[in-house]
Ligand binder design. Structure first.
Ligand SMILES: [Zn+2]
Length: 510
């Protein structure tokens, strides 16, 4: 496990090598990238207008010289764990909030029992249309970030409930979705003529599971299938109790004072950082991912390994561009025309500098979201150099991001958004590769060294995780459930030990 020569990297995204063979993830065994691509290309019909998410729930292996799939389902791979998921879903179906939610749960069970990706689409279509339930969930092999080829889903689940007050914010955004689409700086041919069903809400998570635990996203937009988004829209959430915890934990720990240029930025961050950060997530999830369209005949997987970071870049830029739009003040989403600057500053600072605290010395950036943030920050800083709209400045031997002209920075976000949308809409693989390899992968070594040294003095952790609350049923003498209590006293270690003793259903070797 500690031998640096054995499977040294979980996901390799380096250009020009076999990404399957050089990645340690166990989505593939004994096969090459070419074999995997050939295997799926044979299944794909370029004229299929509603394609399944090929390969989402399986491992690709070679048996007796033949490439084949082991499908995750009841009776297939991971069966003991999936049987338990199904048994809990069956219980949930019996206490569903309404009939529609019950149908959603039953169709998910159907998918787990068959492993049929057509049924997964059926489930996703039902799920995306359930907008009335106050309690909702995500459950399945979902995000594809950990697959070097961007096809294989890792299992995740959250159960959540709607934050009705905060949701008013996202309702304003989604009610104006068409205005945002029409006024974005992208080329007209790449815009959606009609934006469908952008449903956005603010939620609080009640429990995190699978790939969402202990470290969790702060916003989610699903389903991922392009054609379902096109025909049925998507459900987008911002997770308020998580972002609130992050914000509270980051106040007063010395971070802003160390890395921000002046009191002006620090004060603005304190006053507007939380709101503008959440608004950026709202815009990213609720409009960004749902915006734009592919030109007819463009393969959704055309960008291959560059697809994930390009998609995140697109969504982030859409949010950044509109944060600085006076329309947000007009809609009552921002208190004044200066507030957005808080997010602009912290975004560039994070993308160009402080997110490097998460990277070991000498290593490249691998994670899709980190790649997208560095791409945006370094591209903007480079293109802002001539006008000095934004720059890296030295003071007392330390480097800082300085923004001199926020309006101009906003224009640059718009320019890059137009180019990223063109790449996505036309499936321009070389364009994607060029941008990612130039701006997103390699780390500025002197800055990296400096950031790590300054960060070390603050004694902070670069990542944060969460402990789930412990829920206990309260029953009366007749054994009926009368209440559920919530406690927050379990430690992180105790929780993991309890989970592994009570819930590990799989053998060590799969
Ligand atoms: Zn995203």
């Amino acid at each position: 496990m500690f031998d640096p020569n054995i499977m040294p990297k979980r996901i390799n995204q380096a250009a020009g090598v076999d990404l399957v063979k050089t990645s340690a993830v166990n989505f593939y065994e004994g096969v090459s990238q070419d074999e995997v691509e050939a295997f799926y290309n044979k299944m794909k019909d370029p004229n299929d207008n509603t394609p399944i998410s090929y390969g989402l729930n399986s491992k690709v292996v070679k048996e007796n010289g033949v490439v084949t799939e082991h499908v995750y389902k009841v009776g297939g791979m991971y069966s003991p764990a999936i049987e338990r998921i199904v048994s809990w879903l069956e219980k949930a179906a019996n206490v569903a909030e309404n009939d529609q939610q019950k149908q959603v749960i039953l169709s998910l069970i159907d998918y787990y029992q068959t492993g049929d990706l057509k049924k997964y689409d059926d489930y996703s279509v039902l799920w995306v249309q359930d907008l009335d339930s106050r309690i909702d969930f995500i459950n399945g092999f979902t995000e594809v970030y950990t697959d070097p080829l961007g096809m294989k889903g890792t299992w995740e689940s959250i159960v959540n409930f709607k934050d009705i007050e905060a949701t008013k914010r996202t309702e304003i955004i989604s009610n104006n979705a068409q205005w945002f689409e029409d006024n974005s700086p992208t080329d007209k041919q790449f815009k959606k003529e009609e934006v469908k069903g952008v449903s956005a809400k603010v939620i609080n998570v009640a429990i995190l599971g699978g790939d969402c635990y202990p470290s969790t996203p702060i916003g989610i937009n699903l389903p991922n299938a392009n054609w379902i988004r096109r025909d049925y829209g998507s459900k987008s959430v911002t997770i308020e109790n998580i972002t609130d915890a992050y914000n509270k934990a980051s106040l007063g720990n010395g971070f802003a004072e160390e890395f921000m240029w002046s009191n002006e930025e620090i004060e603005r961050a304190k006053e507007h950082g939380s709101l503008t950060g959440n608004l950026h997530t709202d815009l990213h999830e609720c409009l960004g991912h749902g915006s734009g369209k592919l030109l007819p005949g463009v393969d959704a997987d055309a960008l291959k390994a560059y697809g994930s970071p390009i998609e995140e870049t697109r969504a982030d830029l859409f949010g950044l561009y509109y944060l600085g739009d006076p329309k947000l003040v007009e809609l009552g989403l921002l208190p004044n025309e200066d507030a957005y600057k808080a997010q602009y500053y912290s975004y560039l600072m994070n993308g160009a500098m402080t997110q490097l605290t998460r990277v070991q010395p000498g290593k490249d950036i691998e994670q899709a979201h980190m790649r997208n943030r560095q791409l945006i920050a370094t591209w903007v800083l480079e293109h802002a150099a001539e006008s000095s709209a934004a720059e890296l400045k030295q003071r007392d031997g330390k480097t800082f991001v300085v923004i001199n002209d926020y309006e101009k920075v906003r224009e640059l976000f718009g320019q890059l958004l137009a180019e990223i949308q063109r790449i996505k809409s036309t499936g321009d693989f070389d364009g994607a590769k060029n941008l990612i390899e130039t701006y997103a992968v390699k780390v500025n070594q002197p800055i990296h060294k400096e950031v790590l040294k300054r960060y070390e003095t603050l004694n902070l952790s670069p990542y944060r995780g969460f402990v789930n609350p412990v829920y206990k049923l309260v029953k009366n003498d007749q054994g009926e459930i009368t209440d559920v209590t919530v406690s927050y006293d379990e430690s992180y270690v105790d929780q993991h030990l309890r989970y592994s003793s009570r819930y590990s259903a799989l053998p060590n070797n799969n």
